[in-house]
Write a protein that binds this ligand. Structure first.
Ligand SMILES: Cc1cc2nc3c(=O)[nH]c(=O)nc-3n(C[C@H](O)[C@H](O)[C@H](O)COP(=O)(O)OP(=O)(O)OC[C@H]3O[C@@H](n4cnc5c(N)ncnc54)[C@H](O)[C@@H]3O)c2cc1C
Length: 395
């Protein structure tokens, strides 16, 4: 006797309407020849203001993805990065990467997480996907016939079934997913982020400065700089509590004089940093994307860029198969295999930078200085770094 045909509440059910989950929903809603039933469950209520102070350095390749889903055109504050100055504190050796040398209009762009999220939410509300806010997912149960997702909304507990459930909860939402193991490394670092203004105009120049405490980045953002100052969790707490004048003085001492005086600082917030990798990134009728699949240190601005490529490639794998094949092992295997090189390359590269460049191990400082000088002097090395920044490991 034939198995009864399963009925599904959704073809694709996305847990988490953050930037990565939202881009997947838009790519599916816009790209399907036969409309797919796509549902997004987002824990934040609709009314919650997006106040995240994070800025994101977006690679040129990510701009192309955001253009295709119609979001890039709405990001009014996107600021191009045309040059990146890389150095280490207390030592010679530096490298300068430039868009001109790479033959591109920009190496990347700096955007506000809150502005991006607002634009994505507006687009989600207008597309064919069902977008449920205030929906706190409590369990995700993969299964060969259907994935079941349990959630609480407006005081009621509900369950939906899907051909494919996609976990895009940022890696800190659901604690347990059957069949998925999370490997993590605590770098004992936190990032303090805020906007700062400097005496000298930025001319679209970004800085990445390695120090023993961790990397400090200045990213051109509007007329000012977005600061990502990585340090120990204890110092991060102390930096948050300082009066502005004292904070600026400590930043000046930490960063140096290249941009002249630091004049003002906006609202500060901090983020704990670590590496977390989910293994595997697929299960029965389940796929993981974005920070749910891999959470990276922001040192090289890779996390969101990689998450966008997850979302885009999963959308293409889904759109390439017949609706009845969505969530089948062949489709999920294609997605997992397609992501392997990019993910492993990004994790390795980021982890190497964090651990190799954020310490005071004797003898390593001159080696790092040599590495930076070599990067600066060797065009193929520069081209390699620029291509991997722009397109990921596949670049
Ligand atoms: C300080 C800092 C600087 C960074 N800088 C960069 C950078 O320059 N470039 C870059 O590429 N990346 C950067 N990143 C990384 C980037 O922020 C993340 O990779 C990106 O935000 C991941 O997006 P996401 O959608 O996967 O997860 P998130 O942004 O975390 O979104 C997850 C969503 O899921 C929802 N959710 C969670 N749990 C549930 C649940 N149980 N039910 C329903 N919904 C749920 C949340 O409310 C949220 O809306 C930085 C990170 C930090 C901390």
């Amino acid at each position: 006797m034939n198995e009864p045909e399963h009925t599904y509440d959704a073809d694709v059910l996305i847990v988490g309407g953050g930037p990565v989950g939202a881009v997947l929903a838009l790519a599916l809603a816009q790209g399907a020849r036969t409309p797919l039933r796509v549902t997004v469950l987002e824990a934040q209520p609709d009314s919650a203001p997006r106040t995240d102070t994070r800025t994101l350095a977006l690679a040129h390749g990510s701009r192309l993805i955001l253009e295709r889903v119609g979001i890039w055109q709405q990001l009014k504050s996107a600021t191009p990065i045309t040059r990146i100055h890389i150095s280490q504190r207390g030592s010679f050796g530096r490298a300068l990467l430039s868009a001109e040398q790479a033959g591109l209009p920009a190496l990347g762009y700096v955007i506000s997480y809150a502005e991006l999220q607002n634009a994505l939410q507006a687009a989600l509300r207008q597309c064919d996907a069902q977008y449920l806010t205030g929906a706190q997912v409590t369990a995700l149960l993969p299964g060969a016939a259907a994935a079941q997702v349990q959630f609480a909304r407006a005081g009621a507990d509900k369950t939906l079934s899907a051909r494919l459930a996609v976990l895009a909860d940022g890696g800190r939402g659901l604690k347990q997913i059957p069949g998925i193991v999370r490997e993590s490394r605590d770098y004992q670092q936190s990032a303090v982020v805020c906007q700062v203004s400097t005496a000298l105009p930025h001319h679209n120049l970004a800085y990445e400065r390695f120090t023993d405490e961790g990397p400090a980045a200045l990213l051109p953002s509007g007329d000012a700089y977005a600061l990502v100052w990585t340090t120990t969790p204890q110092r991060a707490q102390a930096l948050l509590a300082l009066p502005d004048a004292e904070f600026l003085a400590q930043l000046q001492a930490h960063f140096g004089e290249r941009q002249g005086a630091f004049l003002s600082a906006g609202k500060r917030s901090s983020f704990a940093l670590g590496l977390q990798q989910s293994k595997p990134i697929t299960g029965p009728r389940l796929a993981l994307i974005g920070n749910a699949a891999q959470m990276l240190h922001p040192v090289a601005g890779q996390g969101f860029n990689m998450g966008l490529r997850d979302a885009w490639e999963l959308a293409q794998a889904t759109l390439a198969c017949a609706p009845s094949d969505i969530g089948e092992p062949a489709m999920l295997n294609a997605y997992a295999a397609g992501r392997r090189i990019d993910t492993q390359g990004g994790v390795f590269f980021t982890d190497l930078l964090v651990r190799g460049f954020s310490n005071a191990i004797p003898g390593l400082r001159p080696l790092r200085a040599l590495a930076l000088s070599a990067l600066d002097a060797l065009p193929p090395a520069k081209s390699f770094v620029v291509r991997r920044m722009i397109f990921g490991a596949k670049g």
